[in-house]
Design a protein around this ligand. Structure first.
Ligand code: FAD
Length: 473
């Protein structure tokens, strides 16, 4: 099947090389055996941040990254580019890891936003990064008040960055549908593929050896670990698996730890004048309070991108069939777009695509050692919240692989998956039931009617999918 790349990835490669197709073929795969201290499999944000952070701490380490496509060709080059934090996940963090760690993780998740901005400035990565903040909004009466208990908790702990919006919300967030909202400046947006390609460049400059178009075919445990690719093997003292949902292709022990869920995206043609008049604030990320959220932001060249999660759940976690596709959900996205942005008068989109997210039971990523393998580390499960959090993942994995005892390695995130989904076919059938219940509930709420009790109960099972914890209800 021909790959359908995201709008961002195409734009980034065309900018880097002129012609995307020429470049796809020109990255030569590994063609000999190599030895190294640390091998990283997967050239997305997790793999690249980890490589960079290792080299920044211990430049003498020989680090090799292998990537089956091009760096950024996975979720890192296809996402919505909304840089969000875990502040709205504080109650879940507290439940899982205790109050002090939860407070620390909230603060760290905000800190990385500023760090990524500073990193891009320092290394001249022009990733169209706007630290313009984010609006978390309610678009119907039922969503109103949803954020308040979380914000109250954050205030109580002295870690709140959210402000309730006044009646300029609709103007600032770019849609009259927003009837309530909170704003935090610790957030923003980025052209995700330019960020991934920029990280790749910095990693190379720091001396990381990167082999693209080089797929791990198999991995043999031992010391060194042997990673076999078509053209050669990588022998490494330590290995980091930064494979996102593709982890399941090779390591079946994770097959009940995540479920692969689609996010579908559309982008308009350039409409800078209309956006100036009716669009959201430049660079701000806007998210509503649905479980399967709508999220949107503008682009540097004056387009509007709208995404929506939770449409397709992969059966038995097949991954490849979900990534790099056009969306099957154009009518749903179009309906959402027309409701949110009637003033933009866009009846069709310039581009669309779909990608798969590695959703964990808790909605948070998990890190650890492969079972019984003290020299093989992994990290996945970002659950659609990874643009900023993968830098935290890089901090965890780099500290783990360098045997550094610090708050990251001691954090609850390093204890592996904290929950399992039911086995197939129950998981898929259950996911479909819950998805459809969420849709019915949210449609009812949109039209001002009362959702069915059963739909409300089933929807609670998908609670961790939302961008913010829901304490009320
Ligand atoms: C459509 C979509 C929208 C999203 N929107 C947002 C958003 O707006 N905000 C947000 O915070 N998060 C968002 N996310 C989540 C975010 O993109 C991810 O959490 C993040 O990119 C994960 O980075 P990663 O490096 O772990 O995974 P990836 O970027 O997927 O990297 C894994 C890499 O491993 C490679 N690979 C796979 N198998 C092999 C193999 N056998 N050998 C070698 N390499 C291999 C893949 O090609 C891939 O490049 C979204 C995700 C998707 C899919």
């Amino acid at each position: 099947m021909t790959k359908h790349y995201s709008y961002w990835f195409k734009q980034a490669l065309e900018q880097e090389f002129g012609n995307i197709n020429a470049w796809l073929d020109s990255a030569k795969p590994l063609q000999k055996d190599v030895n190294c201290d640390i091998a990283i499999v997967g050239g997305g944000y997790t793999g690249l941040w980890t490589a960079i952070l290792i080299k920044q701490q211990q430049p003498e380490k020989h680090v090799v990254v292998i990537e089956k496509g091009l760096c950024g060709s996975g979720a890192s080059g296809a996402n919505g580019g909304c840089m969000l934090t875990w502040s709205t996940k504080y109650p879940t963090l507290k439940k899982l890891y205790g109050k002090e760690q939860a407070k620390w993780l909230v603060k760290e998740s905000e800190k990385v936003i500023y760090e990524i901005e500073a990193f891009c400035n320092e290394h001249k990565i022009d990733a169209h990064l706007y630290r313009s903040g984010t609006y978390y909004t309610a678009t119907n009466e039922a969503q109103k008040g949803g954020m308040e208990p979380v914000v109250n908790e954050l205030v109580k702990q002295g870690i709140n960055s959210w402000k309730k919006c006044d009646n300029s919300l609709a103007d600032k967030a770019g849609s009259d549908r927003h009837i309530e909202g909170y704003y935090s400046e610790a957030a923003g947006s980025v052209q995700p593929a330019l960020l991934a390609r920029g990280l790749r460049r910095v990693a190379l400059e720091l001396g990381v050896e990167i082999h693209e178009n080089t797929e791990m075919a198999s991995l043999d445990y031992g010391s060194p670990v042997r990673i076999q690719t078509k053209g050669g093997a990588v022998f490494a003292d330590k290995v980091i698996l930064a494979l996102n949902a593709w982890m399941l292709d090779h390591f079946k022990e994770f097959k009940r730890s995540i479920v692969v869920v689609s996010s579908d995206m559309v982008v308009t043609k350039p409409i800078p004048e209309k956006l100036k008049q009716f669009g959201p604030e430049k660079g701000a990320a806007v998210v509503d309070s649905r479980i399967f959220v709508h999220y949107y932001r503008d682009t540097q060249d004056g387009r509007l991108m709208l995404g929506k999660g939770g449409n397709k759940f992969s059966f038995a976690n097949q991954v490849e069939s979900m990534f790099n596709q056009t969306t099957n959900y154009l009518p749903i996205l179009n309906q959402s777009f027309q409701k949110l942005f009637p003033k933009l008068e866009q009846s069709e989109f310039d581009y669309n695509w779909s990608g798969g997210s590695d959703r964990s039971v808790t909605g948070l990523p998990f890190f650890g050692n492969l079972k019984g393998q003290s020299n093989i580390y992994y990290g996945l499960g970002y659950s659609g919240n990874g643009v900023a959090q993968t830098r935290m993942g890089g901090k965890i994995l780099s500290a783990m692989v360098l045997d550094i005892d610090n708050a990251w390695t001691r954090s609850g995130l390093t204890k592996g998956p904290l929950g399992h989904f039911p086995p197939e076919p129950f998981r898929w059938v259950g996911a479909m039931m819950v998805r459809d219940a969420v849709r019915r509930k949210e449609n009812a709420e949109d039209s001002g009617s009362k959702p069915l009790w059963l739909d409300k109960q089933l929807s609670k099972l998908a609670g961790s999918a939302g961008k913010a914890d829901k304490l009320a209800d």
